[in-house]
Design a protein around this ligand. Structure first.
Ligand SMILES: Nc1ncnc2c1ncn2[C@@H]1O[C@H](COP(=O)(O)OP(=O)(O)OP(=O)(O)O)[C@@H](O)[C@H]1O
Ligand SMILES: [Mg+2]
Length: 387
């Protein structure tokens, strides 16, 4: 969808901002450009909508060499969230959002209806915020308006330059989550600039790690964190890249252990017998549908004996995560509840438990898979043990 072919940008004063850049962004893909200040990220982005012209090389959007496309027409197909948001201070939020549709000649009512729909999409109630001015919004809300405005004309391509840069870390994570949810629904082709490796990893399907005007590595977040291509990349992603990797590696059913199970409708001594059989000190309690109800300990089940019923003994289970959640979330839940394991659910159905040992194994498996360029389920346990 977007292709750079040997693109170089040299500014009039001789600064080479971008040097022989070649990469491709697939349709519906979100690629993050990450690197230190001044490495050429904004320059890269502004060449896509021809706000900056390359010195040499070609850029293609949807197969077309953009040097041959009228810049105004080109920009209609490309939403742009600029660094520092850049809302018009004397226009209302609704009118700010409707800027592009109005520019390209939509009827006023249609442009405003579309703007209201988009404000809603980014979590701002148009009846509350539509008539306000930018200065009457918080930083996070303004950034949401920036995103809504870029989406207003429904462009297939979205350029976002540090779209969540100007807010505190908590709001930032919230905006990132909202954006990911939205992107899953609208599937734009996105180039997103950030200087924050955490953000790059969190949002990107793939990441381009920039050195000075060049891409040092272009790969999935897992691969960049697991197998940095150069010492520069290793340094840039940081010594805690193993920890960061936890947030991009997802829990799969194969990672799970099957603990002892007690049924909600059985007697305590039968449950205790089953736990003893498997050498377990506790069991998860499931109902007839296989949904998680809670857990029960061996000692209390044994003590309650024949007359006791699992349903009366079961404790509520707070340490759980949905399947597909990042390993980091499971680790966080373990620490929060001081638990040696977390239950993993598919909806309310119990799938198994994740233990620290399994968590470590899942992480190693995904590092190996990325290094070998294969799927995680293709990594045999041996290769993990050998590594
Ligand atoms: N108009 C210009 N004339 C000369 N040099 C420029 C011009 N615009 C940018 N540069 C230089 O080009 C290099 C890349 O700039 P660019 O704005 O692309 O960096 P960036 O990666 O977006 O940085 P930041 O993270 O600080 O936004 C920098 O060294 C910058 O000083
Ligand atoms: Mg920049």
């Amino acid at each position: 969808m977007i292709r750079f072919d040997q693109v170089t940008k040299r500014y009039a004063d001789g600064t080479t901002a971008v040097d022989g850049l070649s990469f491709e962004v697939a349709e519906g893909e979100l690629v993050t450009l990450v690197g230190p200040s001044g490495c050429g990220k904004t320059t890269t982005m502004m060449m896509v909508n021809r706000l900056i012209e390359p010195t040499s090389g070609r850029i293609y959007v949807d197969g077309e060499d953009i040097a041959t496309v009228d810049p105004v027409k080109l920009r209609r197909r490309i939403g742009y969230v600029i660094q520092q948001v850049g809302l018009f201070p004397h226009r209302t939020i609704l009118d700010n959002t409707a800027t592009v549709p109005a520019l390209i000649g939509w009827k006023k009512a249609k442009a405003r209806a579309r703007a209201a729909e988009l404000l809603d999409l980014v979590g701002l109630d148009p009846s509350t915020y539509g008539d306000r001015y930018p200065e009457q919004l918080s930083g996070g809300q303004r950034q949401r308006v920036g995103v809504a405005r870029a989406l207003a004309a429904d462009p297939p391509v979205l350029l976002m330059d540090e779209p969540f840069g100007a807010v505190d870390p908590v709001v930032r994570e919230q905006l990132q989550d909202e954006f990911l949810r939205m992107q899953a629904a609208v599937r734009k082709t996105v180039l997103l600039v950030t200087h924050d490796i955490e953000e790059a990893v969190r949002l990107g399907d793939r990441i381009a790690v920039y050195g000075q005007g060049r891409i040092e590595q272009f790969d999935t977040p897992g691969a960049v964190l697991g197998t940095p291509a150069t010492p520069y990349v290793a340094e840039f992603v940081g010594a805690d890249r193993g920890l960061k990797r936890l947030s991009v590696t997802r829990i799969e059913p194969d990672d799970l252990e099957q603990p002892a199970v007690a049924r909600l409708d059985e007697s305590a001594d039968r449950a205790a017998a089953r736990m003893r059989e498997s050498g377990a000190r506790w069991a998860v309690v499931l109902d007839a549908q296989g949904d998680l109800h809670g857990w029960v300990g061996l000692d209390e089940a044994a003590l309650a004996g024949q007359d006791g019923r699992v349903t009366d003994l079961a404790h509520r289970m707070n340490a759980w995560v949905p399947v597909g959640a990042p390993l980091k979330q499971a680790f966080g839940v373990m620490l929060q509840h001081d638990a040696g394991w977390v239950a993993v659910l598919d909806g309310s159905r119990f799938l198994g438990v994740l233990t620290p040992a399994k968590l470590h194994e899942a992480l190693r498996r995904s590092v190996d898979a990325d290094a070998q360029g294969i799927g995680r389920d293709e990594v045999t346990f041996d290769s993990v043990a050998d590594a």
